[in-house]
Design a protein around this ligand. Structure first.
Ligand code: IPE
Ligand code: IPE
Ligand code: MG
Length: 244
């Protein structure tokens, strides 16, 4: 029996974020080049989007390429950029058909022009989709984003009275201004760190780590994470008794 039947549809996280890690190791274990792992990882991306849409997750955010990933060997970076283009080509029709709106966060100006063009076309093609918002973090890092937000805030409000600044006002300057904070963060591959992902937004997220390498991540793994989340008590600093 699939784990999907054990999910409480009344208590779904609105927003799930995922650090898709372990492609390289998955390929190496098979005696293949790292890029083979990235290619296989795109199947897990499709499966995960389907799983999230199937149970009615409203926001899914995937960490695909970090600011720090630019430091990888040139060949791997180029292969990843090429893979981005093929993935968008292959998946765009499916996104539109399933009413999934694409959203991109990160320093996209760093991406090759060919990738930037593909992204703009895909954003445009899915702009009126409203079943789920799929955010892909590309050339993204949490510190970059927070610093950008500070710069924009000061630029737009040179006479800002700092006493009036609140968390809510500040978050409007983040690239996630149109998304709720993720309630659940999943990281694959048995690494226990955030690697500069959504540092502001994950402040109170429930963290779920699985040893599965990203290309092996399945619908059942995803549903398992949701069930685990539903068993957590989210106290936000209060005591258990206060939650009633
Ligand atoms: C995640 O897999 C994909 C990216 C970071 C682009 P990795 O490429 O980090 O795989 P490992 O962690 O080396 O196994
Ligand atoms: C995090 O994975 C970034 C993405 C999944 C895109 P990394 O593999 O780059 O993270 P570290 O270097 O192990 O922390
Ligand atoms: Mg990794």
């Amino acid at each position: 029996m699939s784990l999907i039947n054990s999910i409480n549809r009344e208590r779904l996280p609105k927003h799930v974020a995922i650090i898709m890690d372990g492609n390289g190791r998955w390929a190496m274990q098979k005696g293949k080049p790292r890029i083979f792992g990235h290619q296989s990882g795109t199947n897990a991306v499709r499966t995960t989007i389907e799983a999230a849409a199937e149970i009615g997750i409203e926001y899914l955010t995937l960490y695909a390429f970090s600011t720090e990933n630019w430091k990888r060997p040139k060949m791997e970076v180029e292969a990843l950029m090429a893979l981005l283009i093929t993935s968008i080509n292959d998946e765009l029709d499916n996104l539109v058909k399933n009413k999934i709106k694409l959203n991109i966060i990160g320093d996209t100006g760093q991406l090759p022009i060919s990738v930037q063009k593909k992204i703009s076309a895909a954003l445009n093609a899915t702009k009126s989709c409203s079943k789920m918002t799929l955010t892909i973090a590309l050339s993204y890092s949490g510190r970059w984003e927070i610093l950008e937000a500070v710069k924009k805030l000061i630029k737009n409000n040179p006479l800002l009275d700092i006493e009036t600044l609140t968390e809510a006002k500040f978050s409007k300057y983040l690239s996630t201004h149109n998304l709720p904070d993720p309630e659940l963060l999943i990281r694959t591959s048995g690494e226990y760190r955030l690697s500069n992902f959504l540092l502001w937004q994950l402040a109170y997220a429930e963290l779920y780590f699985t040893k599965a390498l990203w290309p092996d991540f399945s619908k059942e793994e995803f549903f398992g994470a949701i069930i685990d989340f539903q068993g957590r008590e989210r106290r936000f600093g209060k005591t258990s008794e206060q939650l009633g």
